[in-house]
Design a protein around this ligand. Structure first.
Ligand SMILES: Nc1ncnc2c1ncn2[C@@H]1O[C@H](COP(=O)(O)OP(=O)(O)O)[C@@H](O)[C@H]1O
Ligand SMILES: [Mg+2]
Length: 231
């Protein structure tokens, strides 16, 4: 088995990872790479290449059919079911389909991770308000997600994923529903988060966006890793 380079600050390590859905063909084949703490990578590739599949492996929504994934130094094959939520709490995820809670306001969706973490309301309120203002939703703190546009829902989802300053941020097409100006603003948000230490992985097929940010990429073509630039 090929061994990707490892150091003590390796956040993610894939060794010869493959993923198969049911009895279908391998959606990902023999993928090896490692991400060091504080790195920032794009996952690129055409539609159907396997970007979302790779991300789902990263946040433990899928498990590989072959190979080994280590997350924060832990071999994910050895994680007990009851330990999964604790590991997931260290990961901020922006889902392509947002997965907001519609019975909660925009504010309460974003506040949720901080409430779960047990912060005081007096700490939560200004923090959530500031972040929602930054993503351009100052007017919509009390709105239910279903009353907002796709782009606005996407920004709530991003705010929720970053509010707790996770160790690892995984975002699937996080700028897919917004215009260029907002996409840039969101990229700056990810970069700021990265500067404070969060390891960032963003899947996108937006080549223009990738070109404007000088970050290494994991390029996937037909389920195989074509380029793995070191960071
Ligand atoms: N839940 C699933 N069940 C079966 N096949 C899937 C599933 N999700 C993705 N696939 C297949 O895996 C391949 C990669 O898909 P995906 O990871 O969504 O690519 P991308 O995000 O790059 O568009 C595609 O052939 C897709 O049809
Ligand atoms: Mg996808």
């Amino acid at each position: 088995m090929r061994q990707a380079s490892v150091n003590s600050k390796t956040v993610v390590q894939f060794d010869s990872v493959s993923l198969r859905y049911g009895n279908g063909p391998e959606a990902l084949q023999d993928i090896s790479f490692s991400l060091s703490a504080g790195s920032f990578h794009f996952v690129t590739g055409p539609s159907g290449a396997g970007k979302s599949s790779l991300l789902r492996l990263l946040y433990l929504a899928q498990y590989p059919s072959a190979g080994v994934i280590r997350l924060f130094g832990t071999d994910t094959r050895t994680i007990r079911r009851q330990e999964v939520p604790m590991l997931r709490r260290r990961i901020g995820v922006v889902f392509q389909d947002f997965r907001l809670l519609d019975h909660l306001s925009a504010f309460d969706n974003v506040a949720l991770p901080l409430r779960v973490a047990g912060l005081r309301e007096s700490e939560i309120r200004p923090h959530v308000k500031e972040l929602l203002e930054w993503v351009g939703l100052a007017e919509h703190l009390d709105s239910r997600p279903s009353t907002l546009s796709g782009g606005q829902q996407q920004r709530i989802a991003i705010a929720r994923a970053v509010i707790g300053r996770p160790e690892l941020l995984v975002a699937d097409e996080p700028t897919g529903n917004v215009d260029d100006a907002i996409a840039m603003r969101l990229m700056y948000l990810f970069r700021e988060l990265n500067r404070t230490g969060t390891t960032v992985v963003i899947a996108t097929h937006n080549e223009a966006l990738v070109a404007r940010f000088d970050q290494p990429r994991l390029h996937i073509a037909q389920g195989r890793l074509a380029v793995a630039e070191a960071a």
